[in-house]
Design a protein around this ligand. Structure first.
Ligand SMILES: NC(=O)c1ccc[n+]([C@@H]2O[C@H](COP(=O)([O-])OP(=O)(O)OC[C@H]3O[C@@H](n4cnc5c(N)ncnc54)[C@H](OP(=O)(O)O)[C@@H]3O)[C@@H](O)[C@H]2O)c1
Length: 301
């Protein structure tokens, strides 16, 4: 299967070795802003002759663009799409899914939430007839690293620098610390798993920017820590969404795991509450999620 890759950042760099070890895949080209492979993105797609576009450009939590347009351009050229970009799923999941179905194409986005740990695909593949009634999660690694750095006596900026070094911070890290990344993930989860029609702007949102080393250290002495918690639940009329910094006992499941670790819990009708914990995932796990989606697309073709 021929693959065109859009974006040449951390995830692409970790994906390439996975693809190189699997002779079912061939990379037709990589196109990015600073290293364009053609005059325009559309020319790049046309020249690539690819079967699938891997969309790995920067997150825009406000609009999901230009990634939404990239996905539509790929569909128009009869290409499947795999993306780790949560913006399009948070802003246009239903429209893009409909377009994919009409054209008999696949749209896969496992790595957009919880890196490569199965979230969307476990519902697709393993949980027929299970309805998600609510979701609770700690889904943003950068804010967690910042809080932990402050607990250890470092500054807010030290934590951000560490997250950037690990390659897990968004290009604009204020999206992490002001809760936009979590809000985008929460909206994406609700759109896909709860059939909501929401955008990140509809998530009641608070980040971690108000927290200081003194405050988190005082809590740490009491056996407590701060986590940016995402919540989605159904009210009588609609799906409600919230992201806020919560003070949790260190024994709370949501506070478990250090570093980049993420936790998600699904509250369901037939399966009660269950979840997934990803301990210290890195960009390699995000790349694996993209690879697993590509294998899924390949086996369906
Ligand atoms: N890193 C992670 O751990 C992680 C985890 C889950 C999901 N994701 C998602 O995966 C995606 C990629 O993440 P990343 O960490 O690889 O990002 P990154 O290191 O910031 O790289 C983004 C790449 O996208 C390119 N780009 C941005 N806008 C473009 C456009 N309009 N046309 C062509 N290229 C464009 C950039 O090109 P230039 O460098 O030339 O500007 C850059 O090469 C993001 O949506 C992110 O939210 C990342």
């Amino acid at each position: 299967m021929r693959i065109a890759i859009l974006g040449n950042g951390s995830v692409t760099r970790s994906l390439l070795p996975l693809l190189a070890r699997d002779d079912r895949f061939a990379v037709a080209g990589i196109h990015s802003r600073s290293k364009p492979a053609a005059v325009s993105f559309e020319d790049f797609l046309d020249q690539s002759g690819a079967d699938v576009l891997v969309e790995l450009t920067t997150l825009n939590p406000m609009t999901g663009e230009p990634a939404i347009s990239h996905i539509r351009a790929a569909f128009a050229r009869n290409m499947h799409v795999v993306t780790a970009n949560k913006g399009p799923i948070a802003h246009a999941f239903h429209e893009l899914s409909r377009e994919a179905i009409e054209r008999k194409l696949d749209l896969r986005f496992e790595s957009s939430v919880m890196d490569g740990a199965p979230v969307f695909n476990q519902f697709r593949n393993n949980l027929p007839g299970v309805q998600v009634l609510g979701i609770t999660g700690v889904l943003n690694s950068t804010s967690k690293l910042v809080i932990e750095e402050m607990e250890k006596g470092g500054s807010f900026e030290d934590g951000l620098a560490y997250a950037r070094k690990l390659g897990v911070a968004e290009a604009d890290a204020s999206y992490d610390t002001e809760g936009w990344d979590s809000a985008t993930k929460t909206a994406a989860l609700a759109n896909v798993l709860m059939d909501a029609r929401v955008t990140p702007q509809q998530v009641e949102r608070e980040g971690i920017t108000g927290w200081t080393p003194d405050r988190v250290q005082a809590l740490a002495r009491e056996g407590k820590s701060v986590r940016l918690v995402s919540r989605a639940w159904r009210s009588a009329e609609r799906v409600m969404l919230m992201v806020q910094a919560e003070v949790l006992d260190n024994t709370d499941l949501l506070a478990s795991g250090t570093g980049t670790s993420n936790v998600i819990l699904f509250h369901t009708d037939r399966m009660g509450t269950f979840g997934t914990v990803s301990l210290s995932p890195g960009v390699e796990q995000t790349a694996y999620g993209v690879y697993s989606d590509l294998v899924d697309v390949l086996t369906r073709c």
